[in-house]
Write a protein that binds this ligand. Structure first.
Ligand code: NAD
Length: 338
C-alpha cells in the first residue's frame, strides 16, 4: 500500500501493464504500447455481462496469464477488475489505483468483489486482493461534492465502528482534509484494516462494518439505484440509529449530525428518496444475505460508542420496527412531517 502524491505516475511508468481505466479518467493515461481498456462505470456495468465484456476485451488484446493489470477507477471498476482478474485464465495479477474517496478510504482494502445479478445488488463475488494498492490524492479535485460526501459517509461509518476515539480522530482529520487528505485516508484505512486482520472471513468483528448497509443496500434497490452507495449507507446509518434497539448517547448524536451534514452537502438526496418504493425495500431488506434463516441481523450503535450486532426475529412486529425507523428517517430527510 502506498498513500501519497506521485503514486499514479510511478505506476504508469511500468509501461507493460495492461491498464483498465474508468472512461472518465481515460485522458490521464498516455498512449502506450500495452493495451488500455475502458470501463463506463455504472451499476449496469457491474454485472456478469459487464465482466464478460472486459474478459473478451482482455482476450482481444492478447492478454496472457503472466501479464499484469493496472486497474484505475472507483468501486465499480474495482469490483469488475477484482472479479475478472480472479477468473481470467484462472487468475492474473493486478494493482489497484482507487480514484473516488469511497474507494480510497474503504473498498481498496479487503480484496472483495461484488457483482450485481438481476435486481440484487452485490449478490455474487469472490476475494482476490491486488498485489498492491496505490492511493494518490491527484484524483480528488475532479470529484463532485456529492462524490466527496459519499466517501466521507463511508469513512465516518468505518471510524465509528472502530470506536468513539477513532471517530473523534476522524472528525479532527475531516476538518483539515483539504490540506492533508492523506491523514484522514490513513486513519480510516488503519481502522478498516483492524477489522480485516482480526476477522478476515467475516465471521464476527468484520460484520460490524455492515453498519448502515442492511438498510442502505435495500434502500439503493428501493430508490432504483439513484442514490450512490456511500450516501445510501449514511441514510442506512440514520435508519439504524432510529431503530428501537439502538443505543443513544453523545457519540451517536455526533455521528447523526455528521451524516446529516454530509447528506445536506450532496445533490439529489431528497429527490432520490422521494422514489422510495416500500415493497421493493421490504423484499430487498428481507433477502439481505447477512440475515439468518429466521432472524434479522442488524448492526446498531452500542452503549459504549461503537456498534454491536443485534439479532431480532422476522415477525410482523420486528418488521414494523425496521419500517418505522426507515420511514421516520426518510421523512426527516425529505422534509415530510414525521
Ligand atoms: N468491493 C468492495 O469491497 C466494495 C466496497 C464498497 C463499495 N463497493 C461498490 O463500489 C461501487 C461504488 O463505487 P464508488 O463510490 O467508488 O463510485 P463509482 O466507481 O461508481 O464511480 C462513481 C462515478 O464517479 C466517476 N469517477 C470515478 N473516479 C472519478 C474521479 N477521480 N473524478 C471524477 N469522476 C470520477 C465514475 O466514472 C462514476 O461516474 C458500488 O457499486 C459499491 O457496491 C464495493
Amino acid at each position: 500500500m502506498r498513500i501519497g502524491a506521485g503514486g499514479f505516475a510511478d505506476a504508469l511508468s511500468r509501461g507493460r501493464d495492461v491498464v483498465v481505466v474508468d472512461a472518465v479518467l481515460r485522458h490521464l493515461v498516455p498512449e502506450r504500447d500495452a493495451p488500455v481498456l475502458v470501463i463506463e462505470a455504472s451499476e449496469d456495468a457491474k454485472t456478469l455481462a459487464g465482466c464478460e465484456e472486459l474478459i473478451l476485451a482482455l482476450r482481444g488484446a492478447g492478454v496472457r496469464r503472466w501479464d499484469h493489470v493496472l486497474a484505475v477507477g472507483g468501486g465499480v471498476v474495482q469490483d469488475i477488475a477484482t472479479f475478472v482478474t480472479q477468473v481470467y485464465m484462472r487468475g492474473v495479477s493486478w494493482t489497484y489505483v482507487p480514484t473516488t474517496l469511497m474507494a480510497m478510504v474503504d473498498s481498496c482494502i479487503g480484496g472483495k468483489s461484488s457483482i450485481n445479478v438481476g435486481d440484487v445488488k452485490n449478490l455474487i463475488g469472490g476475494i482476490y486482493p491486488p498485489d498492491s494498492v496505490i492511493v494518490d490524492p491527484v484524483f480528488l479535485p475532479s470529484l463532485s461534492p456529492t462524490a466527496r460526501a459519499a466517501g466521507f459517509c463511508e469513512a465516518a461509518k468505518i471510524a465509528y465502528c472502530r470506536g468513539a476515539d477513532e471517530f473523534r480522530g476522524y472528525l479532527e482529520r475531516f476538518d483539515r482534509f483539504d490540506t492533508d487528505p492523506a491523514a484522514l485516508i490513513e486513519h480510516v484505512l488503519r481502522a478498516k484494516r483492524w477489522f480485516i486482520e482480526i476477522d478476515e472471513h467475516d465471521h464476527k468483528e468484520r460484520r460490524l462494518l455492515n453498519f448502515g448497509h442492511t438498510f442502505g443496500h435495500a434502500l439503493e434497490t428501493a430508490v432504483d439505484h439513484t442514490l450512490s452507495h456511500g450516501l445510501a449507507v449514511a441514510v442506512g446509518v440514520l435508519c439504524a440509529i432510529q431503530h428501537p434497539a439502538s443505543a443513544s448517547g453523545d457519540s451517536v448524536d455526533e455521528l447523526e449530525a455528521h451524516c446529516r451534514a454530509l447528506l445536506a452537502s450532496a445533490s439529489g438526496v431528497a429527490e432520490s428518496l422521494a422514489l422510495f418504493d416500500p415493497e421493493r425495500f421490504e423484499s430487498a431488506f428481507r433477502a439481505d444475505k447477512k440475515h439468518g434463516t429466521s432472524t434479522f441481523r442488524l448492526i446498531l450503535p452500542a452503549a459504549d460508542g461503537g456498534v454491536t450486532e443485534v439479532e431480532t426475529g422476522t415477525t410482523a412486529d420486528d418488521w414494523a420496527a425496521v419500517a418505522k425507523a426507515t420511514r421516520r428517517t426518510l421523512d426527516s430527510l425529505t422534509g415530510r412531517p414525521a
